[in-house]
Design a protein around this ligand. Structure first.
Ligand code: AMP
Length: 274
């Protein structure tokens, strides 16, 4: 595995790889890697010739009061994990944007609810950084986790709308043994809050069980799940159409349950398909 630090060098490498007719697979991350991230690398590895991963904590997607400065980092451990999971090129830029950078990518509709509503700056920052990363890395395939399900839909929409020529593949959400969704942000939690955080996935899987047993009383399903959640503050708990993220209309369509909750200043998200 080779580490590439400069956007221009990464772009030149990518051009050369594509000129040889090779297929580039790409897994973008913010680092502090865990088994959720490496599962995406394994998925991509089997579907490309050259696997590129990136680590970049993107300032554009953090609001001033959020955790950009204290976002956890482990460059040495991350590089080892990437190498172990077949990454050929690890792109770790110090800075990503050119001087005078002034473009924002805005994806509408699918961003109206959930994290788009509670973090208004967020998906503009995500779409903008991913568009620029796609321009540099020039992948034919990019893999994103269903852990950030709304983000996966946003990137898919953007890739299609802007004809970026990238297939966007979703990878299943990876959980810890207690059901907690793996997240770099779990590192912020005290042991007590880490234990309480298991109530999020328990509540979602409770909804899933009821749904699969035929219960379609959405208001009651949500009320019961809310009562089962032990958090300092619930940000959202919603049951939505899995493709449009609009409120459920036709009960025959695929549905998905989404939660975001705070433990102190730490915001965790989770979701399950019903
Ligand atoms: P992040 O480093 O949090 O920006 O995440 C980078 C990529 O890893 C995104 O596509 C995430 O959806 C994905 N990811 C993060 N946590 C998990 C998880 N527990 N299971 C599957 N994918 C994940």
């Amino acid at each position: 595995m080779q580490v590439v630090e400069h956007p221009q060098e990464m772009a030149e490498r990518a051009r050369a790889i594509r000129a040889q007719g090779q297929r580039i697979g790409f897994v973008p991350t913010m680092g502090f890697l865990h088994a959720g991230h490496t599962s995406l690398m394994d998925l991509a590895r089997a579907r490309c010739d050259v696997l590129v991963a990136s680590i970049y904590v993107n300032p554009l997607q953090f609001a001033p009061h959020e955790d950009l400065d204290r976002y956890p980092r482990d460059p040495v451990g991350d590089a080892r994990k990437c190498a172990e999971h077949g990454v050929d090129l690890l792109f770790m830029p110090d800075s990503l944007y050119p001087p005078g950078h002034a473009t924002r990518v805005e994806v509408r509709g699918v961003t109206d609810r959930l994290c788009g509503a509670s973090r208004p700056h967020f998906f503009g920052g995500v779409a903008t950084v991913v568009a620029r990363l796609f321009g540099i890395v020039q992948p034919q395939l990019a893999v994103f986790g269903e852990k950030d399900y709304q983000q996966l839909l946003v990137i898919r929409r953007m890739a299609e709308d802007l004809a970026l020529g990238v297939e966007v593949l979703g990878g299943p959400l990876v959980r810890d043994t207690d059901g907690v969704a793996l997240s770099s942000r779990n590192a912020y939690l005290s042991p007590a809050d880490r234990a309480r955080a298991a109530s999020l996935s328990r509540a979602l899987f409770g909804m899933q069980r009821r749904w699969r047993a035929g219960d379609r009383d959405v208001a009651r399903l949500i009320a019961e799940a809310e009562a089962a959640i032990d958090a300092d503050r619930l940000d959202y708990l919603e049951l939505l159409d899995a493709e449009s993220l609009a409120p459920l209309g036709d009960p025959a369509r695929p549905a998905r349950a989404f939660v975001a909750a705070f433990y102190g200043a730490t915001r965790l998200i989770d979701n399950v398909g019903l």
